[in-house]
Design a protein around this ligand. Sequence first.
Ligand SMILES: *Cc1c(COP(=O)(O)O)cnc(C)c1O
Length: 376
Amino acid sequence: MKPIQLVDLHTQYKKIKEEIDAAVIEVMESTAFINGPAVKDFASEMEAYLGVKHVIPCANGTDALQIALMAIGTQPGDEILTPSFTYIATAEVIALLQLKPVFVEVDEDTFTIDIEDAKGKITDRTKAIIPVHLYGQCAPMDEVMEFARKHGIRVIEDTAQAIGSSYHSKDGSTQMAGCIGDIGTTSFFPSKNLGCYGDGGAMMTNDDELAKKLRMIANHGQRIKYYHDIIGCNSRLDSIQAAILRIKLGHLNEYIHARQEAASYYDRAFANVEQITTPYRAPYSTHGFHQYTLKLEGVDRDGLLDYLQEKGIPANIYYPVPVHLQKGYTQYGFKEGDMPRTEALTAQVISLPIHTELTEDQLDYITTHIKSFING
Ligand SMILES: *Cc1c(COP(=O)(O)O)cnc(C)c1O
């Protein structure tokens, strides 16, 4: 059996090596390293894949969130609703722009934002809500959109973990994650479902005005070179990364399928283990399984992590500390006990190896060892 990795990018690369190598060399030969044709081509192909009007590439998923917050015209002191159970980037950009993160609980089954809790946290300074499609499954976007429309606030979807997932709306329509709110943001960090070989990110929108703004902000606030109408930043996707992403986009559905197959294997293996809750599948979303995350009950999680490490099975906790309790974020006035569901989840979750290259013998090895630890 091959050694097990949390994410096996090497085996994946070997399968598409010829195409990737050729595409990278083509960019090097062209020397169009910045904003070369590969960047435009990738953006149009991504627009077609997502069925969205504009895809604006940028340097990473954190920049995408920051640029999105700038584009909706936030002012220092404005409040932004976002879950505390997320990767730090979602909250970090809010703080960096001198806005106020207002942390919201998540649903304990879907791990995504709980709109009931958000309802009690809206004020006249609330400017936007950032739902996070955590682990690869969409937040309840019908509820998010209804809530946002009612209060006249903007919606920025953090789609870094759910690119390629789709949302089935109450009205019968289906839309891709990241294309429902005002702006969607995503990351092409190597381990993401659509990952490049370095850093990369993008913003998605159907709004022409917002698209113009996003493009300008990502490009030093200019539309015409050396004329800076607004304050922007420098956030670009490299041509080499775009060339790689064009190839990987062609495999995205197959990659998601491979993750779903591994997830189904895990589901079946743990179906009768009382101490394990396998990931809940929301009826309104597909699940891209960026992470396969279990909830444990009555299991010594640290002991399990040590045991798995001994057996050569990497596992991880996403995330061990909720953002509202992170040291750097105490200034926002949240304390332990403020978000009991989120706090309980951070003590319960464990994410197993999930990627496109998992084999049946690896899955069997992983599940057998987890069950034998739990059953003593
Ligand atoms: C990965 C990730 C980001 C940030 O992406 P980078 O490209 O690493 O900046 C933001 N939000 C979530 C939920 C993520 O998982």
